[in-house]
Design a binder for this molecule. Structure first.
Ligand SMILES: [Zn+2]
Length: 347
């Protein structure tokens, strides 16, 4: 297998991992830790950190039948820290590929059958496991049926139902539960050392690791830009021909995600006629009409079109500006049919 340099998550437990760790420890102490674990849970809650922690724990030189947890000090833990442990195999799709190939999985299975370099365990992690090709998944079955001694295979996934049932049924399932919204917010704020806007958490689907990434990245700028240009468009201060070119940049997928959340929030408000239920973004966008009079099915159609556009962007090169222009005219038709008639007819 090509020895790709992949950056591995740190072997770090997050506060909401406590229940999963408790299960792992009790299985280990009872001698019941399965040779194949299917760790499943939402994206952005640190499943990779938990898998790295478990790998470090079973590889740690100080492990014992009564003790599971990396010491952080031994030679094995130092190798984990340096991301050069020879008995840890972490497999992800190759660069520019979506899927885990049969060659990658075969090479991993073969390495699991070899003697460990450090006279201990060998650990392999497949991430994300639901992105195995069918051939790759089938090539895994023999390893699942006849595991090599002292080997541990960890499958990470946010979509366990997308795995072959034959694979799923041969693994011990471990559900990793994410934090509550409050716990997520507290954790992100502690990591950042400053308060975090609720909009960041919403944008991240309430997943704390994603929220932290957004908060450290360019979310604030994107957020401000979306808020301003949308308000200008809906109040008639800007027209589609001004907004479309600025949206058709490399941030377009993030913009569509933002619009998706906003429109869903708007539909919630419109359904109940209660503008206070429009929670994203937390600072309201100017609307030409009150939430109670909006065309709800039209809003959901806009959501569908935004999602289709996002999927299309991932697959094909697209005339971005043209696609955005047409979506924006649809937006005005739904949200501002009377208020901005001039904006709807391109000059
Ligand atoms: Zn150690």
């Amino acid at each position: 297998m090509a020895e790709e340099v992949v950056s591995l998550p740190p072997p770090k437990l997050l506060p909401w991992h406590a229940a999963a760790v408790e299960q792992l420890r009790s299985a280990w102490i009872g001698g019941r830790l399965s040779h194949a674990l299917l760790m499943h849970g939402a994206d952005g809650i640190g499943k990779g950190c938990l898998a790295a922690w478990l790998a470090a724990a079973v590889l740690c030189d100080t492990r014992g039948p009564e003790r599971l947890g990396p010491c952080g000090e031994c030679a094995s833990c130092k190798l984990i820290e340096a991301q050069t442990h020879p008995d840890l195999i972490w497999v992800r799709p190759e660069e520019d590929k979506q899927q885990l190939s049969i060659d990658q999985v075969r090479a991993m299975c073969e390495r699991l059958t070899k003697t460990s370099y450090r006279q201990g365990y060998k650990v392999a992690v497949l991430e994300p496991a639901h992105q195995m090709t069918i051939a790759a998944a089938n090539s895994l079955l023999k390893t699942l049926e006849e595991p090599a001694p002292a080997s541990l295979l960890i499958l990470l996934t946010s979509q366990p139902s997308a795995l072959l049932p034959t694979v799923r049924s041969r693994c011990l399932k471990l559900s990793v539960v994410g934090p509550s919204l409050e716990q997520a917010r507290a954790w992100v704020e502690a990591e950042l050392g400053q308060p975090v806007s609720p909009d960041v958490l919403e944008f991240a689907g309430r997943a704390p690791l994603k929220a932290l990434e957004h908060a450290r990245g360019s979310f604030a700028k994107l957020h401000e830009d979306m808020h301003q240009s949308l308000s200008a468009l809906l109040s008639g201060k800007a027209d589609v021909t001004q907004v479309a070119p600025s949206w058709a940049d490399e941030q377009l997928p993030a913009r569509l995600m933002w619009l998706d959340l906003w429109l869903q929030s708007l539909a919630r408000g419109a359904l109940t006629g209660n503008a206070e239920l429009v929670t994203f973004p937390s600072r309201p966008v100017h609307l030409p009409r009150s939430a109670g009079t909006l065309n709800i099915s039209g809003i959901y159609q806009l959501v569908d079109r935004a999602r289709a556009l996002k999927a299309q962007l991932a697959r094909t090169a697209l005339q971005r500006e043209l696609a955005v222009t047409s979506w924006l005219y649809a937006l005005l038709d739904v949200l501002a049919p009377q208020a901005t008639p001039s904006a709807r007819s391109p000059r």
